[in-house]
Design a protein around this ligand. Structure first.
Ligand code: AHR
Length: 495
């Protein structure tokens, strides 16, 4: 029987690039993301390179991380950068008011972050303190990080052991300024954005992409007001959107203990990203029809209840097969909107929310989400091939979502296709029409699936959800037929 599931690749309109920064990350001074996650300090018994955990560095390098956002999040608008430079023993111990009230010893500061970016080959994205900081503090930080002249802050950097400036590409002007970053109204924030942006450009000698603080999810008015009042004063605008399985922030539900109902609703909520981007982008079009200002989804991912027994303010959660599907289908959406979406930063890199890696003492485990970032990295900076996907629905109760999701790109003479089957109970066969591609062979095929929708990798069993070689496909002339098992994601390379 022929399948009702069909995907057609539109090679005639393959003109746009999938910006590699869509595969960006976010690391905040929150819970065990920085301390215990990335950074253990040079005196730790845990194997490290100058204080960075060796195992974590190796695992992260594999992902080709293009950009890394730091130091927050909410933490950024309480952070005073001077606390985190100079001899470690002289750095003040401060309280992390937003996240668990823990004592922050500032042993991970500007040098440690920017050096990490150099090790990973990632562009730094520094979020400056607008909520409780000053313009003066920001411009001094800019001078410290990026000036090669004989000026006070650059000289202080040299005294602290770093001769050359770092190459900082992105500067966030405030984080969630409508909430933890200052409880501002969009009108007021727009004025601050204009003011901070002016001095960021002056002291940064126009080197930065200045990212304006964007909306809280569906707050379209925020985007409208900030675009109408400050479009000229930014180089990009952000937006934050988290998937909450229940749709209720007060009762998010468990990361692991869920059945099909919460599996379905989590996917439905995460697929909402498509409409969200379309609507924000349409508003931006009014003020920026040329699409000069990209939309940066600089916080996204699933947010569940914390793991039982963990400190609540640390946002430590497990990561399941469901989260892998959320990651894959979200990337499919970002690709589709690559004309406007040019950066995204998963929240967060290690041990927090939808993390790539979890650690316990000297152990680490790679999550299902890590594996999706690895399988999808072939799409970084590739040419997007628009896809037309017609597929069955996946029904649960009275609601439906598409059973399949897919995306395609080409680079270096290769076509990469990623496909997901969201249906947890049935395999699905899909016919992919490659007419015009002149392809001959599938040269690589990888699948990520798991025994259950809530299967996880643990320190005891780290390989429950792991990419495997995949062979359930047929390529005949320019027709590719793929059979996807329930709850699975496949990436095929064709040439
Ligand atoms: O990622 C966790 C928090 O979520 C960030 O600090 C904040 O920006 C958002 O509300």
């Amino acid at each position: 029987a022929t399948s009702q599931n069909k995907m057609t690749l539109d090679f005639d309109h393959a003109t746009l690039t999938i910006n590699k920064n869509i595969y960006g990350h976010f690391a905040e001074h929150l819970g065990r993301c920085i301390y215990d996650g990335i950074w253990v300090g040079p005196d730790s018994d845990i194997p490290n390179i100058n204080g960075y955990r060796k195992d974590i560095l190796e695992a992260l390098k594999e992902l080709n991380i293009p950009v890394l956002r730091w130091p927050g999040g909410c933490f950024a608008d309480t952070y005073h950068w001077k606390d985190g430079v100079g001899p470690v023993e002289n750095r003040p111990k401060i309280k992390n008011y937003f996240w668990g009230g823990v004592i922050e010893d500032n042993s991970f500061g500007t040098h440690e972050f920017l050096n990490l970016c150099e090790i990973l080959g990632a562009d730094p994205y520094v979020s400056v303190n607008v909520g409780s900081g000053t313009v003066e503090e920001m411009v001094e930080w800019i001078e410290y990080m990026t000036s090669d002249e004989d000026v006070p802050m650059a000289n202080w950097r040299r005294e602290n052991g770093r001769e050359d400036p770092w190459d900082v590409k992105f500067l966030g002007i405030g984080n969630e300024s409508w909430g933890c970053g200052g409880e501002m109204r969009p009108e007021y924030y727009s004025d601050l954005l204009r003011r901070y942006s002016l001095y960021a450009n002056l002291y940064g000698q126009r080197k930065f992409k200045r990212i304006g603080c964007g909306a809280n999810g569906t707050d379209y008015n925020w985007t409208d007001v900030v675009m109408s009042r400050a479009a000229r004063h930014m180089d990009a605008l952000s937006v934050h959107y988290y998937t909450i399985a229940t749709g209720n922030w007060g009762n998010k539900s468990s990361a692991t203990d869920f059945g099909e109902e919460l599996y379905f609703s989590a996917l439905k909520h995460s697929l909402h990203m498509d409409e969200l981007i379309s609507k924000h982008s349409a508003i931006m079009d009014k003020y920026d029809p040329q699409k000069r200002i990209p939309l940066m989804v600089d916080e996204w991912g699933i947010w569940t209840d914390p793991e039982p027994g963990s400190t609540p303010g640390f946002l430590y959660q497990q990561n399941s097969m469901r989260d892998a599907l959320i990651a894959a289908t979200t990337f499919d959406i970002f690709h589709k909107h690559c004309d406007r979406v040019q950066m995204a930063n998963i929240a967060q890199m290690v041990n927090v929310l939808q993390a790539m890696i979890l650690t316990k003492d000297d152990q680490m485990v790679l999550t299902p989400t890590y594996h999706i970032f690895n399988m999808y990295k072939v799409h970084q900076n590739a040419t997007y091939i628009p896809v037309m996907l017609k597929c069955e629905d996946y029904k649960f109760g009275n609601e439906t979502i598409p059973a399949l999701s897919g995306t395609a790109s080409q680079k270096d003479g290769k076509i990469n296709i990623s496909l997901s089957n969201l249906n947890p109970n049935e395999s699905k066969t899909i016919e992919v029409d490659l007419e015009g591609a002149k392809v001959k062979n599938v040269t690589n095929a990888v699948i990520l699936t798991a025994p259950q929708i809530n299967s996880v990798n643990t320190f005891e069993n780290p390989d429950v959800v792991k990419p495997e070689h995949f062979s359930d496909f047929r390529l005949k002339k320019e027709k590719l037929s793929v059979t996807l098992p329930p709850h699975s994601i496949v990436t095929l390379e064709i040439q």
